[in-house]
Write a protein that binds this ligand. Sequence first.
Ligand SMILES: [Zn+2]
Ligand SMILES: [Zn+2]
Length: 507
Amino acid sequence: MIRRCKIAIRGTVQGIGFRPFVYKLAHEKKLNGYVLNTSTGVDIEVEGESPQIDLFIEAVRSNRIPLARIEDMRLSALEIRKDQGFVIRESVSKAEKLTSIPPDIGICEDCLKELQDPADRRYRYPFINCTNCGPRYTIIEDIPYDRPSTSMRSFRMCSDCTREYTDPFNRRFHAQPNACPVCGPRVMLCGKDRKALPAEDPIASAVDLIEKGHILAVKGLGGFHLAADAENSLAVKRLRERKHREEKPLALMAYDMDSIRRFAHASPEEEALLTFPSRPIVILRKLVPNRISPEVSPRNRNFGVMLPYTPLHYLLLEGGLTALVMTSGNASREPICIDNDDAFERLGGIADFFLVHNRDIYLRADDSIVRRIDLGNRMIRHARGYAPSPVYLKADFPQILACGPETANTVCLTKGKHAFISQHIGDLTNLESLRSFEQTISHLKRIFDIEPALVAYDLHPDYLSTRYALKVENVKKIGIQHHHAHIASCMAEHGIEGPVIGLAFDG
Ligand SMILES: [Zn+2]
Ligand SMILES: [Zn+2]
């Protein structure tokens, strides 16, 4: 029996390869119809043999796309329309283009294979990406999420890349940051004087310098890192001194799980976290003894460890370094550098050399930090790979800006049933961070098309976030007691309604 069915999906399903997945699946099941991005997710209509439709729906529901999050899936029967074929329909109205912007995604296995395949046209190309992986949130300047609204706009795709980009069966169909060595961004190795060093392979030369004990500023996905050989105590000590960071642990990056197991314990749950496409820093128990410099995490039982998440990171680590110190590219308490000029200026006193590239980062995002505890995963720093994924609310809310506290600041903006939480912004008493706070608010307002009708602020009158809120004009403002906010956000995250007794363990 032939029937037609509409599947309305709400959740994080855009910009992560969901439509190409649906497209291929529909062709596989010989179904006609279309898939379309909507303001809250995607709509699919399929027509064909009834059992095939059942199989299709089940496959959509149980998709294994790493970052896809289906919050709600509604099915309804429709009249048969006798469509010919299955198509990806372009969003037409602006409302439909107000997509939920996905977070940045660590390099996928397919792209990694290409990176390491001498026969591939992208062999050793440090900006490989596809619809399943690559930069998103940090390169988006405006909506809709199309190439001209990203920092990839200055790179015109070559004919090979265009062919991939326009082929619905290709892994790079509508992959906005698609690039190759012919047409895409490039890396450059520079000295402190900003001049490029003559290097045939800048990345290999950078590794060479790190192995000799130098400190490098490396431009990544959400900002700069300061990189050093984690086994070289002199280098790590120098990095600490120059960064004015006395005791706090420095993050490590290692090539794969085998390398990590040479200096830290990782349970299967911790391994799952480390290898998740968000690629957070995971707090791991040290293996004793180990060859990592004691300067990395002094008087501490743990290391903060992550796996590489960009092709560039893989190229830096493939030469055999056990681990790199990869700490945020900033002086203590300042926000992480994202701009080449800014990095030369602010990191000039710390780094000996600079490995930069010409793909701009619009929004800074530090590495996220997660700890595995008995009850599950505890997010310590919500940033790259997670922001700006929304918390799904139970009811429609007016558009609200919540300004957050003064230290360890994040902000939140709501729209409909979504609460978008920003990346970790940091300590607002630092002028650069305060600027970053203001930039993040205006950026989120722009990319999600939000004009807050209400501004929520902490009741503490001296918080810089509170002062910011009180200066916003022509909106209603609500002061919220700090610990009340903690409990309320916890309730929203877990979808709890009604009266509760909340305990906020703070400070
Ligand atoms: Zn990929
Ligand atoms: Zn190309």
